[in-house]
Each structure stands twice: as C-alpha cells, then as structure tokens.
Write a protein that binds this ligand. Structure first.
Ligand code: PLP
Length: 397
C-alpha cells in the first residue's frame, strides 16, 4: 500500500493533559519523582511516561518527535535545536576517530564546512563525490568507510539522490545511509526507500514560518535510544535541546505541511515551466529535461509535487544581483537565505548559503555565480508573480 505521510499525521491523535486538542506545553526543565528508587531506575533505562530532565526528554519534544516519526515512517525521532546540530549529532554518534564518510558534493554549505573543517579535527575524514554516479560511489568505499551522506534534493542544485540504489550499496557494504530531507518533506520518504537516518532542518518547510531554528533526526528506536543515552548519547551530551514552546508551535504547523507542500510545489512548477519556455537554464526536478526527472517520479509520493525550490541561471553574478534587487522592489518576495517560508525567498547560493564551498568545488558541482535560488511561496495568483519575475528579467535586455 502506498505510504501517505499526510494521513499518518492526520491519524496521529494526541489528547492534551486536560483533553485539549493541542497538548499542554511543558514548562519545566526538571521532573519530580515520588520515590528515589524510580529515579535510579530511570537513569538506567527509559520508563514509559516518565521524564527526568528536559535536555534528555520532555513531553512537548516527545509529542513533536512522535508526529515526525509518523511522517517519515520511522520507529522513532528526536527533535533538536537546529538542523546542523541534528547532522552533527548523527555523524558523531555513528563515526569515531579513523572512520570515513562518503558525502555528496552538492550539499548545504554549512554541512559542507562541518564535514570539511570540523570533522577532521576529530579524526573523521570526508570524501566528497558525485553521488548520482553510483560507480564512483562504489569505487570510493574502503575499509574505513562508515556512512554515505546525501540530501534527497540537493541544496542548491536540486540533484535527485537515487535513495533505493544508495541504500542497496550501503547495505552490501555494511554502511549507514544518512539523508537530509529538508527540501522535500512529504514529497519523498527516504526511510521507506531504505535510508537509515533521515534529518530535517525544521527551520524550513516543516515549521514554514521562518520564525525559529530547529531540526530533527528520524530513525530506528535503537538509534534514537543511542542518541539520548545518558552516558554515550550525542544529543544528550552535546545538548542541542529544542525549547518546549517551539516544539509545541512547530507541532501545530506540521499539521498544515501537506497543504503547504502542494501549493509550494504547484507554484514552483508553474514558474519554472514558464521560465524554461522563455529559454532560461532551470534546475527543477519537475521539468522533463531535469537529468533525474524520471528517477524523481519513481521515488516521490505523488500527492505533494516536486518541491517549491528551483534554481535559474541568469548568466553572471552582476545580472543576478541586479535581478534580486529588482524582484524585491517588485514585491515578488524577499532577498534572504533560508527556504520554506510562506512568502517567496531568493538568494545567490554561490555567494551565500554555499559560500563555504571554495570556487573550484563549486565549479565541480556545476554551481555558477549567476544561479539564483528560489523558494517559492504560497502565492494565490502565481501567474501574477510570474509576470512580475518576467518583467524584472526583461530589464536585463
Ligand atoms: N540542511 C539543509 C539542506 C539546509 O538548507 C540547512 C540550512 O540552510 C541545514 C541543513 C541546516 O539547518 P539549520 O539552519 O536549521 O541548522
């Protein structure tokens, strides 16, 4: 039967402490025990329904984590204070000194910098490759390799990862497959396709309001238990705990994610198709000409479109800077990094969210300085938005 993340969230019934339709917000960092021996027991292992200390678990974070595990079809999940801490904790939980990671070359610049500059300090080496080339991937694996890392839809070029094939290669070589699904919540369900760990920056689509930073890790119960282990767990001991008030507001927003993803995708498809007709070089997996369009159709959940993100190459940095300013003046959206907001955001990845990546690496991944990244908003009249974008582009001639 086809997996429907929206129905999974819909059927996830939670009753608040006093029967409220929204669960109560936990406003406590620590929790009482009626008897000291229960406290000892809880330090040894989790007891259903009991809480110890909010950095470990609290009810608000549990509610949101449970809903996220439903959406991603995993046994369990844990929320974190940012997407990047979710990535760092996952990697450090799996890898130790001397291990190697094979990572996609086209990933978010912050993740790239973490992998390139921070992990080697802990003796963890990262090899960056083109993961759409499965032969290169197989050749890159050696006895130190511990995990394969990729984004479902890469930031910012929208390359599509062949998760089922990556998972087969990972399993054959006893590796973990870790997938960042930030660009495609509901659109793709990587765990169902064989990924071991699925990560989100909830700062983006899941929350959808650009009013906070948050992340999550969705995985097996075993892995989440490892992360939260009092003696050896990375989320417990590095401490990127999400505030309960934020957890509670993100949970409410999660319930409208399916409607938002449909509209973001519908709007992005309309704009990218029409810019394509005008002859622009577009990076959008919903276009027939996208190199992994067919693959995308085989891995996506049909109802949520191809995501609300796309890139367009306007030829040069100078052109791109001119267009960005014009578009902001035309009220098409905001010149800002980040994505998944209800209004349109646009930026130049080469000099912002991917600026951590040196020029030669940017060239290898095909990221040229004239590429504008769009996160298309929930605009009701998308034809009006397209006409405004067209008007700005025409000013270049
Ligand atoms: N993953 C992707 C694909 C991102 O785009 C980002 C941020 O832009 C992150 C992870 C990091 O998330 P956060 O900013 O929530 O730490």
């Amino acid at each position: 039967m086809k997996f429907d993340p929206a129905s999974e969230i819909q059927d996830h019934h939670v009753f608040g402490e006093f029967g409220g339709v929204n669960p109560s917000i936990t406003d406590s960092s620590t929790f009482t025990f009626l008897k000291p021996d229960t406290m000892n027991e809880l330090f040894d292992h989790e007891i259903e329904g009991c809480f110890l200390y909010s950095r470990h678990w609290n009810p608000s974070n549990k509610y949101l984590s449970e809903a996220l595990s439903k959406m991603e079809g995993t046994e369990s999940a844990q929320v974190t204070a940012s997407g990047i801490s979710a990535i760092a904790c996952t990697i450090l939980q799996i890898c130790k000194h001397g291990d190697e990671i094979i990572s996609s070359r086209t990933i978010y610049g912050g993740t790239w910098a973490l992998f390139k500059n921070i992990l080697p300090r802990f003796g963890i080496n990262v090899k960056f490759i083109d993961v759409t080339n499965l032969e290169t991937l197989k050749e890159s694996i050696n006895e130190s390799t511990k995990l394969i890392y990729c984004e479902t839809l890469s930031n910012p070029l929208l390359d599509v990862s062949d998760i089922p094939s990556l998972s087969n290669i990972a399993k054959e070589n006893n590796l973990k497959l870790v997938v960042d699904n930030t660009f495609s919540p509901m659109v793709v369900t990587p765990y169902k396709l064989g990924a071991d760990v699925v990560i989100h920056s909830m700062t983006k689509y899941i929350n959808g309001a650009s009013d906070c930073v948050a992340g999550c890790i969705c995985a097996s119960q075993n892995f989440i238990n490892e992360l939260t282990d009092i003696n050896n767990g990375m989320t417990m001991l590095l401490g990127p705990v999400l505030d309960s008030f934020r957890s509670s507001s993100i949970l409410k927003n999660l319930n409208t994610l399916h409607v938002r993803m449909k509209q973001h995708s519908k709007n992005a498809k309309f704009i990218s198709e029409n810019l394509d007709k005008l002859g622009y070089n577009i990076f959008y997996p919903g276009l027939n000409a996208h190199p992994q369009h067919k693959l995308m159709k085989t891995i996506m959940n049909a109802d949520f479109g191809f995501t609300g993100m796309f890139g367009v190459d306007v030829g040069s940095l100078k052109n791109a800077e001119f267009i960005l300013e014009e578009m902001q003046n035309e009220k098409i959206g905001y010149l800002a990094v980040s994505l998944g907001y209800y209004k349109t955001l646009f930026s130049l990845p080469g000099s912002s969210t991917s600026s951590e990546i040196p020029e030669d690496e940017q060239n290898k991944m095909g990221l040229s300085p004239g590429i504008i990244r769009f996160s298309i908003g929930l605009d009701n009249d998308i034809e009006r938005t397209f006409n405004r974008i067209k008007k700005c582009l025409e000013k270049l001639n």
